[in-house]
Design a protein around this ligand. Structure first.
Ligand SMILES: Cc1cc2nc3c(=O)[nH]c(=O)nc-3n(C[C@H](O)[C@H](O)[C@H](O)COP(=O)(O)O)c2cc1C
Length: 174
């Protein structure tokens, strides 16, 4: 069985929610990137804007999982000012050389997502096996979202990942 890691950054929970759904469907390990300094409040928001626009790489906590131990790493970020969230940028810069196969996803208000997925691929140094966008309005219902379903099926098709899908969806696409 392939070893899969879902690694993500999430400031307010949307990306985390989607990451958990993905990990549950492909039996993956889950790793959340943690800031060293708080991003709450207006100052935290402004710092996020500045770091995203300038492409900065802030300090992050050391993570438990080693991406080199995995056959596939699924990387997720919120969209920040049409850019990758800066803490994920830090993680990718450190671990890019250890990534064998990647898939990418992002959550957003509704703009900048295509550029961010392209940027994620560039930061990973390779094309993604599958890409997913989830708007923040759709996050709560993403379990039933056809886009998530297609993302999982694409991973299964291109990399033989073992995927569990809800029975109704399995039948719908059989
Ligand atoms: C600093 C900042 C910048 C953002 N910029 C964008 C943006 O350019 N386009 C967009 O659609 N959403 C933008 N958003 C909204 C987030 O992408 C969206 O709420 C996302 O789902 C948050 O994910 P999280 O809850 O995992 O942090 C921004 C949010 C923040 C905090």
């Amino acid at each position: 069985m392939k070893r899969i890691l879902v690694v993500y950054y999430s400031r307010s929970g949307h990306t985390e929610f989607v990451a958990r759904q993905i990990a549950a469907r492909c039996h993956a390990d889950l790793e959340r990137i943690e800031d060293r300094h708080s991003r709450q409040g207006v100052l935290g928001y402004l710092r996020s804007v500045v770091e995203a626009v300038l492409g900065l790489r802030p300090p992050i906590e050391r993570l438990r999982r080693r991406p080199a131990d995995y056959d596939l790493v699924i990387v997720g970020t919120p969209v920040w000012c049409w850019n990758v969230a800066s803490p994920l940028r830090t993680w990718l810069q450190r671990h890019r050389s250890a990534l064998t196969n990647v898939a990418v996803f992002c959550t957003c208000g509704g703009s900048g997502h295509a550029k961010v997925l392209d940027d994620l691929e560039a930061l990973c140094g390779q094309r993604a096996l599958a890409r997913l966008v989830m708007t923040e309005r759709a996050v709560g219902q993403c379990q039933r979202d056809p886009a998530l379903h297609r993302f999982m099926l694409e991973l299964k098709r291109v990399s033989s990942v073992s995927v569990s899908l809800p029975p109704a969806q399995d039948q719908a696409t059989a």
